[in-house]
Structure formats: C-alpha cells, structure tokens
Design a binder for this molecule. Structure first.
Ligand code: KIV
Length: 291
C-alpha cells in the first residue's frame, strides 16, 4: 500500500491506525471493517478458537477474526471429522469464545445437518448461534448449493462467511480431502460458486484447498474478501486451525500448514516435569505450602 502511494502522490496514504491487525482500534471488529480492509488492499489473519482462554490469547495478540470452526470436531471434541458436530456443541463452544474476547469478530460455524434442509432451517440454526452464543456472524459450506440459505440469513440481518472449494462436511462424498478446482470444468464451478455466494450477500468467502492461481483470480474478481486455507498467497486473508498453527495437533500436517510453535512438545514436557517433581517429592516445596 505504501509502495503504491509513493508512486502516486495524489493517492491518499492508507491510515494504518485502522488496520485490522496492528491497528489502534479497541472496539469489536465489524463486517464493515472487513469490507474497508478489502478496499484498502489489506491482508489479515484469522485463526480458529474453541474455548475462552485460548480465544483470549488470540484476541490480545490482535487477531481480528476468530472462527469457532466445526474443526472443533477433530481438534477439540475427539471426533474423526467435522460431520458428528452438533449445533448445541457449536453454541457451547462459540459462547465461550465470545466471553473470552473483546475485539475479535467472532464467526460461528453452522455444523453439518443444521442448514442443508433449506433456508428456513438455516435461519433457525443461525438465529440460535447469534442469540444464544453471541457470535457476530456465521459460516456455512457450499457455493451455488447454499446461495438461498445465505440470502435469507443476510436478509434477516445475520452476516455470513461462505466456504467453498474443499468443504470438509462433505468428506464422505469427496472420499477424503482432495484439492478442488483443478481442471477447467472444476475451475469454472469454483468461479460460479464464488460469484453465487457474493451475489447472495456473503461478507467474505473461505477458499479451501484451491490452486493458488485460481484463488488469486477469484480474489481479484470479487469485491468481498477471500480467506485462504491451502489456497496460496493471493487471497485477502489467511486462516489456520489454531492447533495446527501452534504445533498442538498430533500426526502429519497438511502441506499448507506452517507451525509457529511446538506446543504439543512443550505441554508434554511440562506435564512430565510436574509428574517427576510429584513422584520425587520436589513439589510442592515450602513456598507452595500454607502454615
Ligand atoms: O472449521 C474450520 O476450522 C474451518 C476452517 C478450516 C476454515 O472451516
């Protein structure tokens, strides 16, 4: 942004105090702030969160948008996939994240089975997430196939983040988690999906596991921001599942993940050090005791 302004002195400098990440704002981020960031050409980060304490760490770190993803199924609740997650579980996790935060915009995921019947079911489920958990926005999966649901929620005053490309709730239909949008026919479908959710009123679109070139093209074509996960660097925003980002997840990581900490190892080491102290009599020490 600064680079462009330097080339064209007539263009006003972007006001960095308004930046979604690193800006000076202390009130909760709104969907209007998200739209303004796209106008400014600003990139921003999003993380998942599933509990109040972790969410408060990310809120204080300045992460502008937190997604209470149904990835909670795999990362928090011990399920094999996102498919079994229920709306009641999403409400419980989302309300904890809302309570733990004061600045981040909180997006609650509509779980599998809570919106596929049609717009009326989607509105009933989204209304519960907004009223009972206090989220600002909801996310649902699907492009053209979910456009009517998005339209009704937006008409009702509920901001919607769409999610296209690889949609994990359809893992059984996909037979796994393959990259989407490869080949001309699949790329055309992705373009149609992106246009459909924007036209339906979505304020942002997650692009999951999409070739980088296609994601960049869609990002340029849309006036709402794209949030990439495994979709290259051309998206407006990037999201990671927090347990992947912080090295808490066990097992092999997807190719698109960069780990910024080794929390699983640190936590395991802390647990072992505590256990060794208890067994060896080194904890509690005198300073931990009452007399
Ligand atoms: O549930 C989730 O965490 C998600 C993100 C990976 C986008 O949908």
């Amino acid at each position: 942004m600064t680079h462009v302004a330097a080339q064209n002195p007539a263009r006003p400098q972007a006001d960095s105090s308004k930046a979604l990440y690193g800006g000076k704002g202390t009130r909760r981020i709104t969907v209007r702030d998200i739209a303004a960031a796209k106008e400014r050409g600003e990139k921003w980060p999003m993380l998942t969160a599933y509990d109040a304490m972790t969410a408060s760490v990310f809120d204080q770190a300045g992460i502008p948008v937190l997604l209470v993803g149904d990835s909670a199924g795999n990362c928090h609740l011990g399920y094999e996939s996102t498919v079994p997650v229920t709306l009641d579980e999403m409400i419980m996790l989302s309300s904890a994240v809302v309570r733990g935060t004061s600045r981040s915009l909180i997006v609650g995921d509509l779980p599998f089975g809570s919106y596929q019947e049609g717009p009326t079911q989607a509105l009933r489920s989204a209304t519960r997430l907004v009223k009972e958990a206090g989220v600002t926005a909801v996310k649902l999966e699907g492009g053209e196939r979910s456009a009517h649901q998005i339209e009704l929620l937006v008409q009702a005053g509920i901001p919607v983040m769409a999610h296209i490309g690889l949609t994990p709730q359809s893992v059984n239909a996909f037979g796994g988690y393959p990259v989407q949008g490869r080949g001309e026919e699949a790329a055309q479908q992705l373009r149609r999906d992106a246009k459909a959710v924007q036209d339906a009123g979505a304020f942002a679109v997650v692009l999951e596991l999409v070739p980088a070139e296609l994601a960049a093209e869609v990002t340029t074509a849309l006036h709402v921001p794209t949030v990439g996960i495994g979709a290259g660097s051309g998206c407006d925003a990037q999201v990671l599942v927090w347990t992947d980002m912080a090295g808490m997840t066990d097992g092999r990581m997807p190719k698109f993940v960069r780990q910024y900490a080794a929390l699983r190892e640190s936590l395991g080491d802390a647990a072992k050090a505590f256990a060794d102290d208890v067994v060896g009599g080194a904890y509690p020490a005198e300073e931990h005791s009452f007399h």
